[in-house]
Design a protein around this ligand. Structure first.
Ligand SMILES: [Zn+2]
Length: 283
């Protein structure tokens, strides 16, 4: 696996005196192409280029996220104990809280109306974020409830016999940039607050728990989480090994895409960055 700190990001190159500015080159190219100002570019850190916030990397990063998670989710599902009553909800692109509450098993937890009422109470306390303004302005009154129905857990498993619902979240953890991790944690927390909070209020006799999978090879409680999801004891090692492979391969694809873009896409500038991004970069 690549050692994160060695990626020749502008941030890294600036630190070692090989580049004058840490601003993201890929975001800069995207903004220049639109004729926009390149003031206030995000720093080109390892965290930034691994996030959907980077204009040059968003597509690759999202694809990496989906491929790792899809593989893991399907593997956990396939490795369940045969007698488990825990049902993994099959996810597709359209799965969100609204589509879950069209299913009979979820409607047995609580009604749509009851859940909407509780979600509304929580959503109004969560600020309208960048990128949500247009949506909000269309209909400020129904925005909170619409936002709650649009929330999209990465995975959901339901055990009707035990009255437990697990909301699964997956994050690729790639980062040494603490600020970035805080943003990720805040997103997970907001999602948790809205979905779990509303569910607990609407169906107090049920148990709702969020399980966060962080796509990292050092995740120590991976096995504990698999156990909760009724994954067979004997299949855990294989599942973990596969997961690690997936994470590494996805990471390599992300870094390769980044290198290809900075090496191929950097225009001649006063920074002369092109020569500084070595051609013998190992990832
Ligand atoms: Zn960027």
């Amino acid at each position: 696996m690549a050692v994160a700190g060695n990626t020749p990001t502008a941030s890294f190159l600036t630190k070692i005196g090989k580049m004058p500015s840490a601003g993201c080159r890929l975001c800069k190219i995207a903004r220049e192409a639109r004729g926009e100002s390149t003031d206030g570019l995000a720093d080109e850190t390892h965290g930034h280029i691994n996030s959907a916030g980077c204009e040059g990397m968003a597509t690759t990063v999202m694809a990496a996220h989906h491929s790792i998670w899809r593989h893991q989710y399907d593997s956990m599902h396939a490795a369940q104990k045969p007698k488990s009553k825990l049902k993994f909800v099959t996810l597709d692109k359209e799965s969100n809280m609204s589509t879950l509450w069209r299913r009979e098993d979820f409607l047995r937890i609580c009604s749509k109306e009851e859940l909407a009422k509780k979600a509304q109470d929580i959503e109004v306390t969560i600020p309208v974020k960048n990128g949500q303004e247009t949506w909000y302005n269309l209909d400020p009154g129904s925005f909170p409830v619409n936002r709650s129905w649009g929330r999209r857990p990465d995975g959901v498993a339901i055990n009707e016999a035990l009255k437990i619902v697990y909301i699964l979240e997956f994050k690729r953890s790639i980062d040494r940039d603490e600020g970035f991790l805080e943003v990720k944690a805040a997103e997970a927390h907001e999602q948790h607050k809205s979905i779990i909070g509303a569910l607990k209020a609407a169906a107090p006799e049920w148990e709702f728990e969020q399980i966060n999978f962080v796509g990292s090879v050092v995740e120590s409680d991976f096995y504990t989480k698999l156990k909760k999801l009724d994954v067979q004891e004997g299949k855990k090692d294989k599942l973990f090994a596969d997961h690690v492979t997936q994470v590494c391969e996805a990471h390599n694809r992300v870094i390769a895409s980044f290198l290809q873009q900075v090496q191929g896409g950097t225009r001649p500038t006063t920074e002369g960055s092109r020569e500084n991004i070595g051609h013998n970069v190992h990832v």
